[in-house]
Design a protein around this ligand. Structure first.
Ligand SMILES: *[C@@H]1O[C@H](CO)[C@@H](O)[C@H](O)[C@H]1NC(C)=O
Ligand SMILES: *[C@@H]1O[C@H](CO)[C@@H](O)[C@H](O)[C@H]1NC(C)=O
Ligand SMILES: *[C@@H]1O[C@H](CO)[C@@H](O)[C@H](O)[C@H]1NC(C)=O
Ligand SMILES: *[C@@H]1O[C@H](CO)[C@@H](O)[C@H](O)[C@H]1NC(C)=O
Ligand SMILES: *[C@@H]1O[C@H](CO)[C@@H](O)[C@H](O)[C@H]1NC(C)=O
Ligand SMILES: *[C@@H]1O[C@H](CO)[C@@H](O)[C@H](O)[C@H]1NC(C)=O
Ligand SMILES: *[C@@H]1O[C@H](CO)[C@@H](O)[C@H](O)[C@H]1NC(C)=O
Ligand SMILES: *[C@@H]1O[C@H](CO)[C@@H](O)[C@H](O)[C@H]1NC(C)=O
Ligand SMILES: *[C@@H]1O[C@H](CO)[C@@H](O)[C@H](O)[C@H]1NC(C)=O
Length: 471
């Protein structure tokens, strides 16, 4: 046996000198799947075989044959990176040898596709990275990975592991820019082992599962719980919001370059008051009620209704063209009569947004404003007078009366004078209060002599004034 160094360079060096021919393998190249059987024949030499020193180096398997024809066989090839060498020594003392062109392959055990660092919704015009993971493939330098969108190949990639013979796991990535056409597209990747003419035909191919891409259009309606509105000219945020119970905003529309803001939102607050007036009113005089609406948009979709009790007194609308939220005041003139004493005034706002708007237009109402109307009660001497100040409230209100001079104090809801005399003339003030508030009612009593009476006999005059306290 000759000591033989299995090194390609050294072997070539030895073979190159004085060797007129080299051992020949049949087939010339062997491509074997890991674990499969293999067999190759080596014809050591044709004419220059004067010496009888020859052989076939084989780390695995066995060699059979006769003379200078040797057959190497292996039942299961399960060694990576082995060399098989056939050699002889010629008459000139040179060693002539050939190495078998042997490659062992393993098709990918699995191929899978995914997005790198991304879960959840995907949007148009963004860059995403696709990743194709190939497991246990050898030799990786013969591998080509192709990404596909539908049937269109997007790019071929190869490994950088140029030397590795054993199976490896490798990941290949591809950046994609999402476009509208990607919505519903299917991506996949394919791993192909191209092992040359001696390899299996067609080459082994393993394809990943399909990855469905679903893009959210940015204009698509989204449910939100809270919206922060930046009502500035430079704000170009696109907001389209579906009505959501928990949202304070009922509808927003897109904000384009030309329209800084066209959000639609019900008034932040609505309140009612008198213009330039506080306290009691006098009969048959004109007063102005005002309904103040804050931060509403668009104000031209707003209808304001004034109410006295349950009766609508007038509908009003704005003349403003403003699209941004505004504060606006709506007014109504009233001329109260004594029947209006104790009545409650309030206003209601409704944002009517048409068919695209919420089914039930957002309604915001003001607090209730009680009307206190001052008038003079004329009563005949000797008649009975009931001043009824009883009011409704929660908690139950208490009453305090301020009476004309020389009268005892009183704290009931109804003040009764059995027989009215001239000494009873004057101002009776009933103060009704609870924790919610205090209302003061004045009764002004004018007593007429019996002489002026058209019909004789005693009568009872009842004056009633009722206020409401609610919270
Ligand atoms: C994925 O995210 C992690 C953590 O943010 C980061 O370290 C990693 O580099 C990212 N990978 C890619 C391929 O962008
Ligand atoms: C191979 O190397 C190139 C350049 O370094 C790199 O851009 C590419 O991503 C590498 N390929 C793989 C599959 O790692
Ligand atoms: C490849 O990945 C699989 C699963 O993660 C693992 O079992 C296997 O050992 C890996 N192979 C190599 C060569 O790293
Ligand atoms: C994706 O878009 C970015 C920025 O617009 C660009 O730089 C990149 O080349 C695009 N990539 C592909 C694969 O089209
Ligand atoms: C991807 O889309 C196809 C066809 O539209 C469908 O049959 C398949 O179930 C989808 N796969 C997933 C994971 O959604
Ligand atoms: C915003 O609305 C306007 C008018 O309705 C429309 O022309 C425009 O395309 C919309 N902009 C976006 C980004 O959807
Ligand atoms: C309220 O009174 C002020 C001062 O008396 C007056 O300037 C203003 O015009 C009045 N407002 C209305 C709405 O009448
Ligand atoms: C409306 O009034 C409120 C309170 O006075 C104020 O904070 C807000 O800035 C006003 N809004 C507009 C649009 O004038
Ligand atoms: C006072 O007025 C209230 C409310 O109208 C009524 O219920 C009550 O009976 C009146 N009391 C008297 C003594 O007339």
């Amino acid at each position: 046996m000759v000591f033989l160094i299995i090194s390609d360079i050294y072997t070539l060096f030895l073979t190159g000198l004085g060797c007129t021919e080299c051992p020949v393998f049949t087939p010339s190249a062997l491509v074997v799947k890991y674990g499969d059987p293999a067999s190759v024949t080596c014809d050591v030499c044709q004419k220059d075989c004067s010496e009888d020193v020859f052989g076939l180096e084989h780390p695995v398997g066995k060699v059979t044959g006769h003379g200078t024809t040797m057959i190497w066989t292996v039942d299961r090839l399960t060694e990576w990176g082995i060399s098989v060498m056939c050699y002889y020594n010629n008459g000139a003392g040179d060693q002539c040898c050939s190495a078998l062109d042997l490659s062992i392959y393993q098709p990918p055990e699995s191929v899978s596709i995914s997005f790198v660092n991304h879960t959840g919704m995907m949007f148009e015009n963004q860059q995403y990275t696709l990743q194709c993971s190939v497991q246990n493939v050898a030799p990786v330098q013969s591998l080509t990975v192709t990404f596909y969108r539908g049937n269109t190949a997007l790019g071929h990639l190869q490994s950088n592991h140029s030397e590795e013979k054993k199976p490896v796991n490798e990941t290949f990535t591809l950046n994609i820019n999402s476009s509208r056409e990607d919505d519903g597209a299917q991506y996949c990747c394919e791993a192909k082992l191209e092992l040359g003419p001696a390899g299996p035909q067609p080459p082994p191919v393993v394809t990943s599962e399909k990855l469905n891409l679903t893009l959210q259009r940015k204009s698509e309606k989204l449910k939100v719980n809270k919206i922060v509105i930046y009502p500035s000219e430079t704000s170009k945020t696109l907001l389209t919001v579906k009505k959501d119970k928990s949202s304070p905003v009922d509808l927003c529309c897109n904000v384009s370059d030309s329209q800084a803001l066209c959000l639609r939102l019900p008034p932040e607050s609505v309140s009612i008051s008198f213009v330039n007036h506080t306290g009691m009113m006098f009969e048959n005089q004109q007063y102005t009620l005002q309904c103040s609406v804050q931060n509403v948009a668009p104000v031209q979709s707003l209808t304001v209704t004034f109410y006295r009790g349950n009766i609508a007194k007038g509908h009003l609308q704005s003349n403003s063209e403003q699209k941004k939220p505004v504060n606006e005041t709506f007014t109504l003139n009233i001329t109260p009569s004594r029947e209006d004493d104790g009545a409650q005034y309030w206003c209601e706002t409704k944002l009517e947004l048409g068919p695209d708007g919420p089914q039930r237009p957002p309604v915001v109402t003001s607090e209730k404003l009680p009307a206190i109307v001052h008038y003079v009660i004329t009563i005949t001497e000797g008649d009975t007078l009931h001043l009824n100040c009883s009011s409704v409230g929660n908690p139950s209100p208490s009453y305090t009366w301020t009476l004309p001079t020389n009268s005892p104090s009183y704290s009931g809801s109804v003040l009764t004078i059995k027989s009215v005399g001239f000494e009873h003339e004057g101002q009776y003030i009933c103060t009704v209060s609870n924790t919610v508030g205090t209302v003061t009612k004045e009764f002004n009593i004018d007593v007429q002599g019996e002489c002026c009476q058209i019909l004789p006999g005693k009568r009872v005059t009842e004056v009633q004034s009722q206020y409401y306290f609610t919270n």
